[in-house]
Design a protein around this ligand. Structure first.
Ligand code: RIB
Length: 306
C-alpha cells in the first residue's frame, strides 16, 4: 500500500478541559468534576489523526514559548510525530481553548483564544513551499491567520496538490478559497453558514457549495454519518454506533483519517468509511488529540462493523 503524505497547515491549542455533569445555562454556575490540560487545536488534532492512521505528516503551525505548548510536544514525542515545522515564537502566547464536556451527552462547548495561531504568516508558509509541493494532500482548517490559509492554498494549487478544507471554525475566508478546494468537509452547522437559507437541509447546502465552485462536498452529520455529493455521485456513509465519552475532536479525527485513506488511493466512499470508523472510535475516549486511535485499532473495528 502506498504511504500517504499529508501536509497539515493549522492550529495548536492547549485544551483546558472541564468535565461537568451538564453544560451550564446562561448565568448559571455549575460544579465540575475534573479538569485536564490536553493537547488540542484543530490542525494539531488532524495532524495527529493522520499520523496515527498511518500517514507521513508534515505539520506547519506556530506556538508561543510560554509553557502552554509543552502539552503538545509531549504528545508528539510519545507518538513520533515530527515537530520540525512547528514554529516557536517568543512574542506571542500559545493558543488555548476552554472546553466544557457534558458527562451525560459527551457534547461540548468550546472557546478558543487563538494566540500564536493568528501569527502564522504567509512568509512562514512560503518558506515551506517544497513540503507542500511534495505532498499528496494539503489539509486545512480555519483556525490560523487568513494569510496563512490563502498562501497555503495558492502554493498547493500551483503544484497541483489536492486541497481538503475543513471549514472549522466557520470564517468568511472560506468564500475566498472555496473554488480552489478539491474537497470541503463542513459539519451541518458550518454547511448552513456557508450556504444559508436551506433550513438545515444540508443536501441543498451541498448543491450550493458545488455552485460556488467546489467539486466535492462531505457534510459530517454526527450520528447520521457523513453525506457526500460531487464528482463521484451522491451517497451517505453511516457511523459505527459506539458509546461516546467526549466528542471533542470528532471532526478532526474524521478529516485526518479521511485524507490518509484517500492519499493511499482508496475511493471516496472507502476513505469516508475509514474516516467514519476512525472518528467513531475516537469519541469513546476522553480528550481530542490524545483520543486518536491507531490504524490497527480502527482496522479491527472495521472487520466487525463495515
Ligand atoms: O475540534 C476540537 C478543537 O477545537 C479543540 O481541540 C480546541 O482546541 C478547538 O480548536
Amino acid at each position: 500500500m502506498k504511504k500517504a503524505k499529508i501536509t497539515v497547515v493549522g492550529s495548536y491549542n492547549t485544551d483546558i478541559t472541564l468535565n461537568v455533569p451538564h453544560l451550564p445555562l446562561n448565568g448559571q454556575t455549575v460544579f465540575g468534576t475534573s479538569m485536564q490540560f490536553n493537547p488540542g487545536g484543530k490542525g494539531s488534532n488532524q495532524a495527529v489523526a493522520a499520523h496515527r492512521a498511518g500517514a507521513d505528516v508534515v505539520f506547519i503551525a506556530k506556538v508561543g514559548c510560554d509553557g502552554m505548548e509543552k502539552t503538545g510536544f509531549e504528545l508528539y514525542e510519545k507518538i513520533g510525530l515530527p515537530t520540525d515545522n512547528i514554529i516557536r515564537d517568543e512574542s506571542v502566547n500559545t493558543g488555548v481553548a476552554a472546553i466544557e464536556v457534558d458527562k451525560e451527552t459527551a457534547q461540548n462547548r468550546i472557546v478558543v483564544i487563538p494566540g500564536a495561531n493568528m501569527s502564522l504568516s504567509a512568509d512562514d508558509i512560503r518558506q515551506r513551499e517544497d513540503l507542500i509541493a511534495s505532498s499528496d494532500i494539503l489539509l486545512l482548517q480555519l483556525e490560523t491567520s487568513r494569510e496563512s490559509i490563502i498562501e497555503a492554498v495558492k502554493i498547493a494549487k500551483k503544484h497541483g496538490v489536492k486541497i481538503v478544507l475543513n471549514p472549522a471554525p466557520f470564517s468568511d475566508v472560506v468564500f475566498d478559497i472555496i473554488k480552489d478546494v478539491d474537497i470541503i468537509t463542513p459539519n451541518e452547522t458550518e454547511a448552513d453558514l456557508i450556504a444559508p437559507g436551506h433550513d438545515g437541509n444540508f443536501q441543498w447546502a451541498a448543491s450550493d457549495m458545488i455552485g460556488m465552485g467546489c467539486r466535492n462536498i462531505i457534510v459530517t452529520v454526527g450520528k447520521q454519518g457523513s453525506y457526500y455529493k460531487g464528482e463521484k455521485g451522491e451517497f451517505v456513509v453511516p457511523v459505527i454506533d459506539l458509546k461516546p465519552v467526549d466528542t471533542t475532536g470528532a471532526g478532526d479525527a474524521y478529516n485526518g483519517a479521511f485524507c490518509t485513506a484517500l492519499a493511499e488511493g482508496k475511493s471516496m466512499k472507502e476513505a469516508m468509511q475509514f474516516a467514519s470508523a476512525y472518528s467513531s472510535l475516537s469519541v469513546t475516549r476522553p480528550g481530542a488529540a490524545s483520543s486518536m486511535p491507531t490504524r490497527e485499532e480502527v482496522e479491527e473495528l472495521m472487520k466487525e462493523n463495515v
